[in-house]
Design a protein around this ligand. Structure first.
Ligand SMILES: Cc1cc2nc3c(=O)[nH]c(=O)nc-3n(C[C@H](O)[C@H](O)[C@H](O)COP(=O)(O)OP(=O)(O)OC[C@H]3O[C@@H](n4cnc5c(N)ncnc54)[C@H](O)[C@@H]3O)c2cc1C
Ligand code: SF4
Length: 797
């Protein structure tokens, strides 16, 4: 059957969710292409506040990894913007000169932050808070500057302000109204919120109109309409958003505030749909994910030809993601002549609760300080329940410990994703789920703002009863309930030899995902290195391609240079290849290697063959580099031959698969010029001996390595490194760095295990076995015609 060409403009939360829904209904129905201005895979924009507030990294908020696109055969063009739509020829053009035709087109271009047209708004240091780049820029600013001003005391402004406080800045929040979050809260709740945030260190300047942003090139402060001024080195504008409709407008699509769509997300032009913040449905352009996800579901059904009543609009609810502050609101928030209110105010504990009633039915709610009734009230608002129902349930809930237990099956647990208690309980029972992550993976609950995490955990506890405590093990992913140890035990006991076999025999509840497939591939290879046939398609993209994919879709090539040493001949070869293939940049890496950046996929095999140098494995979950210092032969302080030892280690362990990347370093004296203290395995030469350090990490989770042993003899050192690496290979979870593994097991325990000479020999036998089958992946790829054709000529990423 000929597949329809489905093109999505905008790789954001709404558009990609619509694609996920399409894939659920008809995984083979469409040839899908996605264009995204931002150079990242689809991420959770909501969680940017958490990234800014610390404790969450950008990589933690990815919703669909690069592999997801590939696994679903989606042609994804990151960092590429659609510049025009031709509705007559049914095609789109991009800023990279690409023209793509479509049978069905989805526009999901989101919103642009609204920037007040103030004098000085174009100065350096004036930012919006919308995407990863904004977030990263604010983090960089906080390292240099101290004073921040946030214009806008709404949800986004307050989340940004909290983040900037966490980054060590002094923060003024300027708001035009006399209380905060006036669109979601009433005056009482707004004032309580202000008091709480003031306690956290935020300063508020209310009822002020900003007239000008002062400074020459760079911002220095704000001037208000009453003539008063404040200083600021960074100004964040969080005053609202406007649907991003320019593209649609230019293509002649009817646009009001947003792109006009009917109940099926159809625009007035055939085969063109709009979803998310850029769309306007029945006069409303929504700015929260819950309605956008509902729209995505309807759109997917429409595209797949499933009859449905269409999208009927949404009731909204809001939560503020600032720790220590519980705020919730939904539906109507301010009373008028037609409404009555049920209100409680506990000034002592700072708890405020207001339920608005219209014709005896619950029409809205505002909660501050205690939001556990939020979901319940939201459900009541949506179903038009009577106030008596809430009052009864509130009484019974208060007498019960567990809110989750008292909820009805129809009640929503996760508002963002529309997941009810009933569907979660059913998923737990049907799939034997035992952990929060499994429920999240299986049902989508808690996959957006994360506000319902504790409710989901409570539901697990009350559904599983005693079993919950007993079964608190971490499954390797949501496709199975089995833990890593259980899977490994089953593979060994049953002699399983292929990923698919493992999944069939151990009754996986899906076809596998980008988390379990690479992990199984590693475990199978680790258990039986001599017989196991690596399943390349189960590897992450970098390892499958044997090159690092960069944000513009090109690759980087890093030839191996043992111990960081090269020759003039190799340098000449590298320079020639760089010229011939017009590589974007030649860069020396932190691991003392040369990185050729900006290489096109089709050129990879030619470059590898012309270089005729081994792969530097700069992409692999394996040994990357052994960094060395100058050492005894040249340095005045060196007491050992660090370069010689580095080369020996790198030659011995190159190509080894490990649970995560492994970096080593050898320094020839405690001055430690090779930074051995922050490596997975770091060696430091001292007078007449080598010290061996393990579990260091210089990356996101900085960790100083622990001294494991000290050796007089280089051979003993190499043997211990072999034993250490093999123990790590056998007992770490896939994707667990040595730093996390050493912390989990404890350095004393590892030292005890490796103090057993017999075990050291055993581990070395097993690692030698694994090393005996290692091949240079670049040579292997160049010599295999099928690989060349499948990977380097036809695969689109
Ligand atoms: C810091 C922050 C916190 C938030 N917190 C919450 C919250 O707690 N709860 C909640 O419900 N919502 C929250 N939101 C709002 C929520 O993130 C948005 O409603 C949602 O992301 C909108 O989804 P979308 O797909 O319509 O737009 P987006 O996610 O913005 O995606 C649109 C994408 O399209 C791309 N694009 C635009 N034009 C083109 C083009 N011509 N070609 C290619 N690509 C293009 C954009 O670069 C963007 O990546 C928050 C937003 C922010 C910024
Ligand atoms: S670590 Fe010591 S021996 Fe090595 S380069 Fe530095 S000072 Fe010289």
């Amino acid at each position: 059957m000929i597949k329809q060409k489905l093109v999505l403009i905008g790789n954001g939360m709404a558009g990609v969710r619509a694609i996920e829904e399409v894939l659920k209904i008809n995984p083979d129905g469409f040839e899908i292409t996605i264009f995204g201005t931002e150079p990242y895979p689809n991420y959770n924009r909501i969680q940017l506040s958490k990234v800014l507030q610390g404790g969450t990294s950008v990589s933690d908020i990815t919703l669909n990894e690069w592999e997801w696109y590939e696994d679903n055969k989606i042609r994804f063009y990151p960092g590429e913007s659609v510049t025009s739509i031709n509705t007559k020829t049914q095609s789109v053009s991009t800023d990279k000169g690409r023209i793509e035709s479509y049978d069905q087109l989805i526009i999901a271009t989101g919103s642009n932050p609204f920037m007040l047209p103030l004098p000085g708004a174009d100065k350096e240091g004036v930012k919006a808070f919308r995407n990863i780049k904004d977030c990263e820029e604010m983090i960089e600013y906080s390292k240099i500057y101290k004073k921040a001003a946030v214009i806008g005391g709404g949800l986004l402004g307050l989340e940004a302000a909290r983040g900037l406080l966490n980054l060590g800045m002094e923060v003024d929040v300027i708001h035009i109204y006399d209380y905060l979050m006036e669109r979601q809260l009433d005056r009482s709740a707004g004032k309580l919120l202000q008091a709480e945030l003031e306690k956290q260190g935020m300063n508020f300047i209310l009822q002020k109109n900003t007239a000008e942003i002062t400074g020459r090139k760079h911002v220095t402060g704000l001037k208000f309409s009453d003539g008063s001024k404040i200083k600021a080195d960074l100004v964040v504008m969080a005053v609202g958003i406007k649907p991003n409709v320019a593209l649609a407008q230019e293509a002649g699509l009817p646009v009001n505030r947003g792109i006009l769509v009917n109940d099926y997300l159809e625009t007035e032009i055939p085969n063109v749909f709009a979803v998310g913040e850029c769309a306007e449905h029945r006069g409303i352009a929504y700015g929260l994910v819950a309605p956008l996800y509902q729209q995505g579901q309807v759109l997917a059904k429409r595209l797949c030809g499933i009859q449905d009543e269409g999208y009927q609009g949404s009731v909204l609810s809001t939560q503020l993601k600032v720790s220590g502050v519980d705020v919730f609101s939904a539906g109507k928030i301010n009373e008028d002549e037609g409404t009555k209110v049920y209100k409680t105010y506990d000034d002592w504990h700072g708890i405020y609760k207001k339920v608005l009633i219209e014709d005896g039915k619950i029409a809205g709610a505002v909660l501050f300080g205690d939001t556990k009734d939020g979901n319940k009230l939201f459900n009541f608002i949506k179903t038009g329940a009577r106030i008596e129902e809430y009052l009864q349930s509130a009484q019974s809930v208060e007498s019960e410990e567990n809110v989750a237990a008292s909820m009805s099956d129809e009640e929503l647990i996760c508002g963002c994703n529309g997941v009810t208690k009933g569907s979660i309980v059913e998923a737990i029972k049907a799939n034997g789920l035992t952990t929060f992550d499994q429920v999240k993976g299986c049902t989508n609950a808690s996959r957006s703002c994360g506000g319902c995490k504790s409710l989901v955990s409570d539901l697990l506890a009350c559904t599983l009863g005693d079993q919950y405590q007993a079964d608190q093990k971490e499954a390797i992913c949501s496709c199975t309930t089995l833990s890593r140890d259980e899977v490994l035990a089953e593979i060994r006991e049953k002699g399983l030899t292929h990923i698919r076999e493992v999944m069939n025999v151990l009754q996986w509840n899906t076809d596998g995902c980008s988390k379990c497939k690479p992990a199984l591939n590693y475990y199978l290879g680790m258990i039986d290195p001599l017989k196991y046939q690596d399943e390349r398609e189960a590897r992450y993209v970098n390892e499958r391609m044997h090159a690092n994919i960069q944000k513009d879709g090109t690759y980087s090539v890093v030839p191996r240079m043992y111990g960081g040493v090269t020759t003039s001949e190799d340098l000449r070869k590298i320079a020639d290849v760089a010229d011939k293939y017009k590589v974007g940049m030649i860069k020396v890496t932190g691991g003392q290697r040369i990185d050729l950046l900006g290489v096109y996929k089709e050129d990879l095999p030619k470059i590898w063959s012309e270089l005729d140098m081994p792969s530097g494995s700069a992409y692999s979950k394996g040994l990357r580099t052994v960094k060395t210092c100058v050492g005894e032969n040249y340095c005045r302080f060196g007491t050992q031959d660090s370069i010689g030892m580095g080369i020996r280690l790198e030659k011995k362990f190159e190509g080894l698969n490990t649970p995560h990347k492994v970096k080593m370093a050898v320094s020839a004296c405690p001055r430690n010029c090779a930074e051995s203290g922050i490596k997975d395995v770091g060696i430091v030469g001292v007078e007449g001996a080598w010290e061996m350090y393990v579990g260091g990490n210089g990356g996101t989770h900085l960790r100083e390595a622990n001294l494991l042993f000290k050796f007089k003899n280089g051979d003993e050192l190499v043997e211990m490194i072999g034993a250490f690496l093999q123990y790590y290979r056998e007992s770490a979870k896939y994707l667990e760095r040595t730093s996390a593994w050493v912390e989990r097991l404890g350095i004393d325990h590892i030292r005890e295990v490796l103090s057993d000479e017999f075990m050291v020999k055993e581990y070395n036998n097993r690692i030698d076995e694994a090393l005996s089958v290692v091949q240079d992946p670049w040579k292997e790829a160049i010599n295999n015609k099928n690989l060349l054709r499948d990977l380097y000529q036809t695969v689109k990423i």
